[in-house]
Ligand binder design. Structure first.
Ligand code: GLU
Length: 543
């Protein structure tokens, strides 16, 4: 009996690997095209760090005429959550980052290199496990949990590295006959990789992002096929990224230390290894301490948070691009109107260490993104969000014609559009005074009867047909009437001459109409509210 017979005994029905090698040929793509993937496990919500990886992967593929695919890594079925795959697929859709290939729903996929869900690839893994077994590069292991425990304790007592390696690999040296015998007797087993590595040797590797790294060789006989018949992450990674013809493995840097193992697996399987690009995690400043954004502690770690808050997908993507390539910020400044897709993203220019997550900056980008939208786009964005999260806002937006006028204030015809909405959940508060008269007033400098007098005087001259120039000169007239300086300049030269200036007067009128001291252009606001409403509000304020 030889290795081949043992392989046959373990996987009698597995196909020869040549079948898969032919079925999934090299891709016919232009030179330099990056084929890469987002390969999440459906074990919980999509993390912003996952979205970041996906964005980097997708941009890398897009910029090189390559392929970006979505592979679901569901080999750890105990950790799988309900709707995990749907959550992943929908998150990518929400951010307009649907893959070129791979899963497009819980059950459907597109592309010629599938299945793209690992649990559906069991027979493929078996073929390659059989292939290794037949060469004596893998072996069945019969160790029980008790055996493992015993080994651990002995290793601890001896003060050596834990794990299944070297002389600690109890089943490595079983004869083929012995192994076959135990299998025939119905003993449980898993399949382990027979590592050719030696811990006292080093391997050098060049990561696309991290640069040169050096590690001890990998020497552990890791499990490749588990007791449930499914592969471990490491084995599935090698098989899948080979057969899917991945050129670049772009993933979180928690996997960097697995590179020695992965290169060894590729080598022993006879595959050409892909390039690796390990991305640093997004960090958070927690009272002066830098730590990873945590699923448990930070609501902003979940991608769903941004949707709930109504932060536009484009703003989130721009923000992530900022983190990915520090050159993006200058590019954006020089090209404020260019679609983000035209930015020359480069994988090589990614930073080696983790960027700090900065919500203030993200919201600022949100403001810029929304400021570039037309009133109609703002309307659509706000309404779409409101339909899911804010019924009251949906009602407010029912009169579309009016809402468009409201959103049009200092927007469509303005060369310096208003920049006061960072996210859709800001909208209601931002426009509420266009729907409801104020119920309280804080006039700032001018109070009581003085404020009343200002409003009374203004009401006498207010005419909704005035152009902006006339409108403003009437506010100046009112200032003069009430004993205030007509011009701010005038006032500044001789401040002792007046109790205040025209600005204080317009504040009173602004507060009387909107209840706020800061609003976009008051002339436009009054125009949209219309004469009747303006008069009612001014009279109310007097009362
Ligand atoms: N399923 C792995 C994870 O979510 C994928 C890592 C990879 O991209 O290879 O961490």
């Amino acid at each position: 009996m030889d290795y081949k017979d043992l392989a046959e005994l373990i996987f009698p029905n597995a196909k020869d690997i040549s079948y898969y090698e032919e079925k999934y040929p090299e891709r016919n793509l232009p030179e330099g095209a990056i084929v890469t993937r987002f390969a999440p496990s459906p074990t919980g919500f999509v993390h912003i760090g996952g979205l970041y990886q996906a964005l980097v992967a997708r941009e890398s593929a897009k910029k090189t005429g390559g392929v970006f695919f979505l592979r679901v890594e569901d080999t750890d079925q105990k950790r799988e959550v309900e709707n995990g795959v749907t959550g992943i697929v929908n998150s990518l859709k929400d951010f307009e980052m649907a893959p070129d290939e791979g899963m497009i729903s819980d059950t459907e996929e597109i592309g010629n290199y599938g299945p793209y869900k690992q649990s559906l690839r069991k027979e493929i893994y078996e073929s390659y496990a059989k292939y290794l077994l037949a060469q004596g590069k893998a072996y069945p292991c019969f160790c029980t949990p008790e055996d493992d425990e015993e080994r651990k304790q002995k290793q601890e007592a001896a003060g050596v590295r834990p794990g299944y390696y070297g002389s600690w690999s109890k089943c490595r040296n079983l004869t083929v006959e012995e192994a076959a015998e135990r299998i025939k007797n119905g003993e449980n087993y898993i399949v382990r990789f027979k590592s050719p590595g030696r811990d006292d040797r080093k391997i050098k590797h060049k990561d696309v992002i991290k640069g040169n790294v050096e590690f001890p060789e990998h020497d552990q006989d890791i499990v490749i096929i588990k007791a449930d018949g499914l592969p471990t992450y490491h084995f599935a990674h090698a098989i899948d990224d080979h057969l899917m013809r991945t050129t670049h493995v772009i993933r979180s840097d928690e996997w960097l230390s697995s590179v020695p193992l992965h290169l060894q697996l590729f080598h022993e399987l006879g595959f050409k290894a892909p390039k690796y690009a390990h991305i640093s995690p997004i960090m958070k400043n927690d009272n002066g301490n830098k730590r990873k954004l945590s699923k448990r502690k930070d609501p902003e770690a979940a991608v769903s948070y941004y949707k709930e808050q109504g932060i536009p997908a484009d703003a989130v993507k721009e923000y992530l691009m900022n983190i990915a390539n520090s050159t993006f910020e200058n590019w954006r400044r020089a090209n404020p109107k260019t679609p983000m897709d035209e930015f020359e993203f480069s994988l090589n220019k990614m930073s080696v260490s983790g960027a700090l997550f900065d919500m203030v900056k993200l919201l600022d980008i949100g403001k810029t993104v929304i400021s570039k939208m037309t009133a109609s786009e703002v309307y659509d964005g706000a309404l779409e969000w409101a339909k899911e999260y804010d019924e009251e806002l949906v009602k407010m937006l029912e009169d579309k014609e009016y809402a468009l006028k409201v959103f049009g204030i200092e927007r469509d015809n303005s060369n310096k559009p208003r920049k006061d909405i960072a996210k859709w959940s800001d909208v209601k508060d931002n426009i509420i005074y266009m729907y409801e008269a104020p119920s309280s007033y804080d006039f700032d400098k001018i109070t009581g009867d003085d404020a009343k007098k200002v409003i009374e005087e203004y009401l006498k001259v207010y005419d909704e047909n005035d152009d902006k120039y006339t409108w403003f000169s009437k506010i100046k007239d009112t200032a003069e009437k009430c004993g205030y300086a007509r011009e701010v300049k005038e006032y500044k030269q001789e401040p002792e001459k007046w109790p205040g200036h025209v600005g204080d007067i317009s504040t009173v009128i602004r507060v009387a109409i909107t209840g706020r001291r800061n609003t976009p252009d008051l002339y436009e606001i009054m125009g949209v509210l219309g004469k009747e409403e303006v008069v009612i509000r001014l009279e109310n304020a007097i009362k």
